[in-house]
Design a protein around this ligand. Sequence first.
Ligand code: CA
Length: 236
Amino acid sequence: MRILVIEDERKVASFIQRGLEEERYIVETAPDGEAGLELALNNHFDAIVLDVMLPKLDGYSVLSTIRDSGNTTPVLMLTARGTTEDRVQGLDLGADDYLPKPFHFEELAARLRSILRRSAPEKSTKLHCGDLVLDMVTHFAFRNDKEIELTTKEYALLEYLMRNKDRILSRSMIMQHVWKHNFDPESNIIDVYIKRLRSKVERPDGPTLIHSVRGVGYRMRDTPMPEDGDGDTDES
Ligand code: CA
């Protein structure tokens, strides 16, 4: 999942970024309110961590502009100001949760998981496709009870595919959800990662799970197609 961190204190921003990357999130950071708002309005993020005291545009203004645009991305607000009035203001403007500084990273991570779960259509912490299981808390994948080790990017890609099981996902949708916003859309990086993921996830004796949709992108499904076998079924 892709998270935007809008925080001007460089140390805090990199502390959050490092921690979240260890938890397998794809993280982008913005150093002020204007840059953060621009990123939030023009890209897909699964959640936003938003500081209140920011240069150029404060966190409340960023939040209200995001919500006024109809964008409902979950927002976790961070602030040193812990008064009730400030908390109420953030929540009234459409923040999903509120964390006073200083905080322990574990608490930020737990609150983030909680707002992400609330916004997800399914509340389970595990995703299934056939006999493949992805545990979103431990970040382990299992097929037929055998553990599969995934890198951060492979995990993010597999999670996005599995969350959208049975849906055809175009390369640009995958790019927007799993890669950072400044990535070259012409690159063949997605196909490279799909190939790696297939080598880890697919089994010669099991049904193909990751299907190519020619000219469009990919689809994850566990119902076998008649012409299945090599994972390159043309579904177009
Ligand atoms: Ca600040």
